[in-house]
Design a protein around this ligand. Structure first.
Ligand SMILES: [Zn+2]
Ligand SMILES: [Zn+2]
Length: 484
């Protein structure tokens, strides 16, 4: 998902109102290359006071392939497709996507007895791409893939040894928080290739320590980044300078966390930057602190923040479901006040096997365990993936830590190999010589065999596709870079 397109669209729509030079002035809607012909009974699209295009509900959504209904009691239009239900209450600045509220800056309305919907927010909820062509006054809608199909979002806690790296994956929208040490950069790039579609939307660099930003230059080399948020501090270390040069060269939108806008993901989830404004001597204490909220579920990332600073800012913290343990499970990042405030049900410790710091420390691990939380560690489970629909939370590991895991000592077992998810359709292994297109069964995006994304793709995710039509009929959609 491209945030910039969304912003451009807003701008284009706002500009388009006074500059309406189209011959008949009528706003048109094109869905997957075909113009929607609105019957007289259905009404016609128009641009509302806020510059948003409103479209007749039933005819637009049916053309997109939705099943539509109307809840007269709740005054709510309902559209369903591919397991996604979008409910649009009349006159309210929000919609519901699979029961989760998505804020919007305009509302559906009834005019001349007809129901009109703000097209962008509604169709983007179904994973569609919505663009504006000012020359022809046309809203151009392209169906998305199935990547946002089930309304789940995932948080991946990557095993980067002694360091931090977390990926938030919301369909086509991805946020990376840190990337471990420099030597882990390649692993992070490889891991992301299964999830990143075109651009990587947001990179958050929590603080300037090498075990957090060291791997980011490799990520900057491999992907186009749309937005970078860090703590706004500089450092004279070579690691920081390398990172800083990449940020400058990337030309992405940049903001320090204290000035950064909170981010709304396509599912309606939000990533909030907690406004800790004081500046501290210790780099760890200047960590960017972020809270991911999706429906009833909160996930807190505190970087390496100490509990002293967290407790000094305790009014900013609240009850969470999942806590990425501060500072790799260090005793300096946990206090009884902090745990009473955050009350995590799950704690994930990102630390390296046999690390030289003794992480997780006994005081910290026992404090986490004493809350009754399930505690997981990347040094035992490898990469850890949590999935949530905004209500339920599941983890792809069952290897709960106990006090015997203090110090992340080798215990003779290697991290468990998780079963690879099978594709929905049977697929042939990729044979180099005959392949025309290569699909990624995880992202449901297909590429030309020569696309750089293919070289980064895990073999286990590759699916051979003989033709463009075959790819599309199996639910794949074209890569935006190689445009197969
Ligand atoms: Zn660290
Ligand atoms: Zn491609």
């Amino acid at each position: 998902m491209k945030k910039k397109i969304g912003l451009l669209l807003v701008a284009a729509l706002l500009i388009s109102v006074p500059n309406c030079t189209n011959a008949d002035g009528a706003t048109k809607v094109e869905i997957n290359g075909k113009q929607v012909v609105y019957t007289k009974e259905a009404g016609a699209p128009f641009v509302d006071d806020t510059g948003r295009t409103q479209v007749p509900f039933r005819q637009t959504m049916e053309t997109y392939g939705c099943t539509v209904s109307w809840d007269g009691t709740e005054q709510m239009a309902i559209a369903q497709k591919d397991g996604i239900t979008v409910e649009v209450p009349i006159g309210q600045p929000y919609i519901y996507r699979n029961g989760i509220k998505v804020e919007n800056d305009t509302a559906a309305l009834i005019q001349d007895g007809r129901t009109y919907l703000p097209i962008r927010v509604v169709l983007e909820s179904f994973g569609a791409k919505v663009q504006w062509n000012g020359d022809t006054n046309t809203v151009v809608v392209t169906s998305g893939g199935q990547t946002t199909g089930n309304g789940d979002i995932q948080v991946h806690f990557l095993d980067v040894g002694q360091g931090d790296a977390a990926l938030i994956n919301d369909g086509e929208f991805e946020i990376l928080i840190d990337a471990g040490v420099s030597a882990e950069g390649t692993k992070v790039v490889q891991y992301l290739s299964d999830y990143v579609d075109g651009d990587l939307d947001v990179v958050v660099a929590s603080h300037e320590d090498a075990d957090h930003i060291g791997g980011l230059p490799a990520v900057f080399d491999a992907y186009t980044i749309e937005e970078v948020v860090d703590n706004g501090r500089t450092s004279s270390t070579k690691t920081y300078q390398t990172y800083h040069n990449k940020v400058q060269a990337e030309g992405a939108d940049y903001a320090a966390d204290t000035a950064a806008q909170n981010i709304t993901l396509p599912s309606g989830a939000t990533l909030e930057f907690l406004p800790i404004t004081d500046v501290y001597d210790n780099a760890n204490d200047n960590s960017v602190v972020t809270m991911l909220t999706y429906g009833d579920v909160e996930v807190l990332f505190t970087g390496d923040l100490s509990s002293d600073v967290a407790d000094a800012n305790s009014s900013l913290f609240s009850d969470v479901d999942v806590l990425k343990a501060g500072h790799h499970g260090s005793r300096t990042s946990v206090s009884s006040q902090f745990l009473q405030t955050t009350e995590p049900e799950y704690v994930v410790i990102s630390a390296g096997l046999d690390n030289s710091y003794g992480h997780p420390h006994k005081e910290a691990l026992s404090a986490y365990l004493n809350t009754g939380a399930d505690v997981y560690g990347t040094f035992r489970s490898g990469d850890i993936v949590m999935t949530t629909d905004g209500q339920q939370i599941s983890f792809d590991t069952t290897e709960k830590l106990t006090l015997s895991d203090v110090g992340a000592k080798s215990n003779g077992t290697t991290p468990v190999q998780k079963p690879v998810t099978q594709p929905e359709q049977p697929s042939k292994p990729v044979a180099e010589t005959t392949v025309t297109y290569v699909g990624n069964k995880n992202s449901k995006i297909f590429h030309r065999a020569s696309c750089s994304s293919v070289s980064r793709m895990k073999d286990s995710n590759k699916v051979s596709l003989n033709s463009r039509d075959a790819a599309i009929s199996q639910g794949y959609r074209p890569c935006e870079n190689c445009q197969p």
